[in-house]
Design a protein around this ligand. Structure first.
Ligand code: SAM
Ligand code: SF4
Length: 330
């Protein structure tokens, strides 16, 4: 079988697919208060088009998909799409990233879907008022309810916490404390300039090492073995049910073992979060491309995967990084 291998010998096995660019929240690090300019519905990939793209990718060795957005649960009949994707016998794992404000009624349905294994829930503050300031919406109670329901469910729960200088840095240890009694994995993420505007003013630069040192002020942590392609470095704490990890999303020390590609909600293929999109798959399939055409295309596109996110950023032709994560699919 022909599989997706880039020019550095990295085997591509994981695709991140944004199922929509729409979102019910307005997180300050992701988009401006008025939201982003969403595209007309017909420019979004349909679920059938997404199914087809994923099917072809799995025939080339991809076995894992992460569904993200925008907010995936904003898209009508997202659960139906998950059921459809589950029919793909070559796909082993479906992971979902969500803000959790719309999913309490869907948790049972998610548990029934065998391939849906990991849910990443984004929650950047444990204080309702601060949470509302960050997301510009008053939904903390609902999101925390989701957290508790997911923790009790059969699904693996990870919390995504974007570390925002001077805003939630004082809560890093509070989040770590949560892992004492809750079986969940916290992922602290370095903030990136993907917010619709570009680099935000920061009091201090909260990089991987600074986050790690903050955790160490209160906890004795041990590094855990992680999968080679893991985006985070992970740690356990004796006596804690859960674990913690840090994602060097901006300092990009994880690129060497990257096994990921991305497809945006409008069908743009991306080899790296930091590139500016290398091919429009939507137009290619709407113009009649066959599955063999798609295979040939994917095999050649991944050969252009840059060595790391710094090179991807330097090669951009559409200006510096500033697009919203909700259009790229975080
Ligand atoms: N709406 C869903 C959510 O918030 O979980 C999924 C899409 S969101 C773009 C995916 C992830 O990207 C979230 O965990 C979010 O916190 C993260 N994210 C968004 N903007 C970011 C930024 N500028 N820097 C770092 N992470 C960001
Ligand atoms: Fe929406 Fe997620 Fe972006 Fe927040 S981070 S605005 S929830 S897409």
């Amino acid at each position: 079988m022909n599989t997706l291998v880039d020019s550095f010998g990295r085997q591509i096995q994981y695709v991140r697919l944004a199922v929509t660019d729409r979102c019910n929240l307005r997180c300050k690090y992701c988009m401006p208060a008025h939201g982003i300019d969403i595209v007309p519905r017909k420019e979004l990939l349909t679920f059938k088009e997404m199914y087809r793209l994923i099917r072809v990718l799995t025939e080339l060795g991809v076995n894992k998909v992460r569904l993200t957005g925008g907010e995936p649960f904003v898209r009508k009949d997202f659960i139906g799409f998950l059921e459809m994707l589950s029919y793909n016998d070559l796909l082993e794992t479906i992971n979902i990233t969500t803000n959790g404000a719309l999913i309490t009624n869907h948790i049972e349905a998610l548990e029934k879907l065998e391939k849906v294994k990991n849910i990443n829930l984004s929650i950047d503050s444990l204080q309702p008022k601060k949470f509302a300031e960050i997301t510009r919406r008053d939904v903390f109670a609902e999101v925390y309810k989701t957290l508790e329901l997911l923790e009790e469910s059969t699904l693996n729960l990870k919390l995504n916490v974007v570390i925002q200088s001077g805003i939630n840095t004082d809560e890093i240890v509070d989040f770590v404390r949560l892992t004492r009694d809750k079986k969940l994995a916290i992922r602290f993420i370095e903030e990136m300039p993907f917010n619709g505007k570009g680099q935000r003013e920061m009091e201090e630069n909260w990089t991987f090492n600074k986050i790690l040192n903050e955790i160490k002020t209160e906890f004795n942590i041990q590094e855990m073995p992680s999968e080679k392609s893991s985006t985070s470095r992970n740690y356990s704490i004796e006596g804690h049910k859960g674990s913690i990890g840090i994602i060097p999303a901006f300092t990009r020390t994880i690129c060497n073992d990257c096994n990921r590609i991305r497809i945006t909600s409008t069908g743009t293929f991306k080899n790296c979060l930091f590139d500016d999109g290398v091919f429009n798959l939507r137009d290619f399939i709407r113009n009649g491309a066959s599955n063999d055409d798609l295979k040939e295309l994917f095999l050649s596109l991944v050969k252009e995967k840059p060595k790391n996110g710094f090179i991807a950023e330097a090669n951009r032709t559409k200006g510096s990084v500033s697009e919203s994560m909700s259009t790229i699919g975080g």
